[in-house]
Structure formats: structure tokens, C-alpha cells
Design a protein around this ligand. Sequence first.
Ligand SMILES: [Zn+2]
Length: 206
Amino acid sequence: MKSVAQEIIQIGKLIYDKGYNAGKDGNISVRLDNDHIMITASGALLGFLTIDDLIIVNNNGDPVDETTKKPSSEIILHTEIYKERPDINAVIHAHAPYSITLSMLDIDTEHHLYSTAAGPIPITETALPSCSDSWEKIQPFVKKRSKAILKRHGLVAWGKDLMTTFVKLEETEHFAKSLVHAFAVKKIEPISQEIQDKLFIIWGIK
Ligand SMILES: [Zn+2]
């Protein structure tokens, strides 16, 4: 059976190989137990993670072991999502290019749904990175949704385990890619409110 560290390393490589992130951007965390979170270090390359790039922190984001490395600068985003959602055990943040593009186009993503997996995808207000601002802007969506795009910044997904969370990230970026390509050709008419309401009932989304 894979260790949590091995899982994070594998998913980090997958995110990089798929083109969902670049360089030192992005961060991954997994909740280990009620008091501990494993998170990628600040400046770590998600595509080339080693065990030394993974830090165990407490619920306030403070490293529990002696280390010269710092946890990701988006640590607050991770720790606060875990506090808000006790059912969640993994968080991924990646600078996914199509999601970022989508957030800059002012497209109403709530009314362009095309599959259960993809929608709806909230887009936050523009937030300052590496401080509590990202958390404050995403907070309104954390209880009801499982992913959101930080405007002009990147994608955040949260789920019951790391693979589920990666799949949410992938589906969202895939949907964003479709929308960006479609809007590059012409303006796409949104789904009507009536149809959307029915879809939400079918999908069990409030
Ligand atoms: Zn970021």
C-alpha cells in the first residue's frame, strides 16, 4: 500500500505532466489525522517532489518536526478548508491555465454546465496570493462546493481523499478548456435558468 507521501509525490507528477501546473506554483496537502496535515513545502516543484519536500504541520500550519523548510505559502487556505470541512481529507491548488483563462473572461460558469462532474464551478473575486486573502475569497463556496477558481490565479479542489480531489481538479480544468475554446470561436448562449434548476435537482446540488 502506498504511503501518503508517495501518493502526494505521484499526484504532483500527474498534475505537472498533464499541464495543470508549472514550476514552483501550486500546493498539495492531505489530512493525516485530527491534528496533523502533510503539505508540500514552499517553493517545491510539484512535478518533481521528493520526501524532503513534504512537511507535517499542525492545524495552525506550524511544522511539528524540526525542519529548515517552510510549508507552502498558501498554508492558510489549506488549514482553513480542513477546519470548515471536517469531511475533507485532501486539498490541491494548481495554476491550471484554462481555469485561470476562464476566470479572466467574465463568463457565467454557473450557466454553462455540461456534466454532473464539472458543474457548477464558482469563481472568486481577485485575491492576494500567499496570505489569508485567498481563504477569505474562497470561503463562501467551501461548504457547498468541492472546487473553485481563484480569479486570475488558479484552481482549488478539496475532497475526501487525494485521488478524488485530483479528479475534481482534472474535470474542472477539462470543462474550463472546453469553454475557453468554445468562446474563442463565438459567444455561447448560457443554459436557461429553468434547465439549470432541473439539472441541479438531478445532480443533488443546492
Ligand atoms: Zn497559487
